[in-house]
Design a protein. Structure first.
Lengths: 116, 117
């Protein structure tokens, strides 16, 4: 079974619009970690945020914000006032504490295009 | 040290040939991971090392694949008798094990894009 689901394959928005990228995860662990990465056209995955399962506080970093809800197993990512430079593929990932290697399970990604 | 580096960035080979990729992690990181990413998909875990020990291998890692990390520094991933299905981006990542509890971010290299003709 897919551990991380990103149902939105592609999203297009006009510059300055807000956009939310959805992520739903599945795990039996009580301790786990959730991540968002950005993959621009150059291909390198850029770390954006980590959230621990025991910390449900939402986080804001500049134009980025994250909404973590254990009740719905979701970890959504919102970009406010989107810019062309935000165009990339965004991946949500899960790491389970029971896995000693802390390997990541990635979703299939959401391709965001910001139109100027 | 500016990050994880991978070489080569691109590799084109003919089916049946052997290829080897190299990854240089962030210098103080003791964990190193290999992932494979195909078009339109997220990265999939292949294997990881803690220092020089290879501790886990995915079922995706067939017998034609071998990885090493001598002396716990750089790592190599070799694919023998390449097949067209091996065409993908091979990503390397490194992390520092539990510097702080839960501090397990993996930092990725730019990847090696393999094309098997």
């Amino acid at each position: 079974a897919q551990k991380v689901t990103q149902a939105q394959t592609e999203i297009s928005v006009v510059e300055k619009e807000d956009v939310t990228l959805d992520c739903v995860y599945e795990t039996r662990d009580t301790t786990y970690y959730l991540f968002w990465y950005k993959q621009p056209p150059s291909g390198e995955l850029v770390f954006l945020i980590r959230r621990n399962s025991f910390d449900e506080q939402n986080e804001i970093s500049g134009r980025y914000s994250w909404n973590f809800q254990k009740s719905t197993s979701s970890f959504n990512f919102t970009i406010t006032a989107s810019q062309v430079v935000d165009s990339a593929v965004y991946f949500c990932a899960l790491s389970e504490a029971s896995n000693t290697g802390n390997q990541f399970y990635f979703g299939t990604g959401t391709s965001l295009t910001v139109i100027p | 040290d500016t990050g994880v580096s991978q070489n080569p960035r691109h590799k084109i080979t003919k089916r049946g040939q052997n290829v080897t990729f190299r990854c240089d992690p962030i210098s103080e990181h003791n964990r190193l991971y290999w992932y494979r990413q195909t078009l339109g998909q997220g990265p999939e875990f292949l294997t990881y090392f803690q220092n020089e020990a290879q501790l886990e291998k995915s079922r995706l890692l067939s017998d034609r694949f071998s990885a090493e990390r001598p002396k716990g520094s750089f790592s190599t991933l070799e694919i023998q008798r390449t097949e067209q299905g091996d065409s993908a981006m091979y990503l390397c990542a490194s992390s520092l094990l539990f510097r702080v509890a839960g501090d397990i971010e993996q930092f990725f290299g730019p990847g090696t894009r393999l094309t098997v003709l």
